[in-house]
Design a protein around this ligand. Structure first.
Ligand code: SF4
Ligand code: SF4
Length: 416
């Protein structure tokens, strides 16, 4: 009898590549800010679902959502029609982690899956459709990504950052990763709104899994291996919307009684995986090089009309970027926020207070809101005091107390 394990299959390598890629993007974004890498929201197809009605009725995307989410969603929707829920089975990082945690759990001794009673399991699976409907409705109604702070995947990709606002998401992440040690992907089966969305399209798709009754020996190994906890050994055909096309049931069947069918024609597991790589993974790799691919705005602060939107200044913006796009000189921030003369312009706004131990007038450590206030109150027509000595290329620290070096070339920018 074949033993349960993580198989080093093509599917496993796709999952591993996705996990590494998405984590790398998340780390780059967290470390270097939005100017160097887009937030992970831009690489998630669910953004297209959340933003769909806003796009249709208001002609715009929700904040943090761009064309990239719609391109990814288009690829996965077509893929779902032909190959079932391959997003969940091959490309979802959180789905992969839950599967690997279950494998780890088995190694730790939790051999038997902890399962809810069949009746409860059946009805709880509908919960994810309610979550989907609520997320879509409130995202449109409130004009924001309302699910972001409750989404364990979002918490996973923020790696300890934004802890206070995402406390529920971190809690859910902890609960579902721990539960995955001894049960089969409860998050995916009961709560995931993106899984629910793909499940609807899976139902009308062309992929089936059929069981050949004459060769089946009713060993139930397929049932035990199924990460979606579906009943396979007792049915002729698996039409369930919760099937994620992972093919584990087919791989583990000792009698080769199970097969994928597309358009009613049998297709081997190996060919199925290769087609997924060729027709889904390859377009995903090519998409970012297309001219219409966009994961972030030209500027998250200045809109296409060239207007500054102060509310959109983020803690992940660097001081250099803020100065560049708003035109507010460094001296203004130095004067109003007591920034050091040689402040590191590459620091993110949220890190400046803690780095230099700076506090605002309320005695709270300097935060992004303080920078927003400077930008909104800045009057570009108010004249800067001129250099009292009319000196040229005056070096730090100067004699006047007005020394300011906007471009950090070592010379005072008040010089004539
Ligand atoms: S039925 Fe088979 S292919 Fe579908 S989720 Fe279960 S093990 Fe994977
Ligand atoms: S389909 Fe295969 S794995 Fe499932 S019960 Fe029959 S022989 Fe066993």
């Amino acid at each position: 009898m074949k033993k349960s394990s993580i198989k080093f299959s093509l599917r496993f390598f796709v999952q591993l590549s996705i996990v590494v890629t998405v984590f790398s993007l998340a780390i780059i974004h967290q470390k270097f800010g939005i100017e160097k890498a887009a937030p992970v929201d831009a690489y998630c197809p669910f953004g297209a679902v959340e933003s769909l009605f806003t796009l249709i009725f208001k002609g715009e995307f929700l904040k943090r959502i761009f064309v990239s989410s719609f391109i990814l969603m288009s690829i996965f929707l077509v893929a779902t029609l032909f190959f079932g829920r391959v997003f969940c089975g091959y490309f979802c990082p959180f789905g992969a982690l839950q599967e690997w945690f279950r494998f780890l759990g088995k190694k730790l001794g939790f051999k038997k899956d902890l399962e809810l009673p069949a009746g409860l399991d059946k009805y709880l699976r509908y919960l994810k459709y309610i979550v989907l409907a609520a997320v879509v409705y409130f995202s449109f109604y409130l004009g924001d990504l309302v699910f972001r702070n409750y989404d364990p995947y979002s918490a996973l990709m923020h790696l300890g950052n934004e802890f206070e606002e995402k406390i529920i998401a971190y809690l859910l992440l902890f609960i579902f990763l721990i539960s995955a040690l001894f049960s089969k992907s409860w998050w995916c089966r009961y709560f995931c709104p993106l899984g629910a969305f793909f499940a609807i399209f899976k139902k009308i798709g062309f992929l089936k899994i059929k069981r050949e009754e004459s060769s089946c020996i009713n060993c139930s190994l397929c049932d035990r291996q199924c990460p979606a906890n579906l009943q396979i050994a007792t049915v002729k055909e698996i039409k369930d919307a919760d099937c994620i096309s992972c093919g584990r049931c087919i791989s583990y069947c000792p009698k080769d009684s199970l097969s994928f069918y597309i358009f009613g024609r049998p297709i081997s597991k190996k060919l199925f995986s290769r087609l997924v790589v060729l027709l889904v993974a390859l377009p995903l790799l090519i998409a970012p090089f297309m001219p219409f691919w966009q994961t972030k705005p030209e500027s998250n602060i200045v809109n296409v009309q060239g207007e500054i939107n102060v509310a959109d200044i983020r803690g992940s913006n660097t001081l250099a970027y803020l100065i560049e796009v708003t035109g507010v000189p460094l001296s203004e921030f130095q004067k109003k926020l007591s920034l050091p003369l040689r402040v590191d312009l590459s620091l993110k706004l949220k890190d400046i207070g803690p780095t230099y131990n700076l506090y605002n007038k309320e005695g709270i450590i300097l935060e992004t809101e303080d920078f927003r206030q400077i930008v909104s109150s800045y009057d570009s027509n108010a004249s800067e005091p001129d250099c009292p000595f009319r000196a040229k290329d005056c070096e730090f620290p100067g004699d006047c107390g007005l020394y300011v070096d906007n471009n950090q070339d070592g010379f005072c920018d008040h010089s004539y």
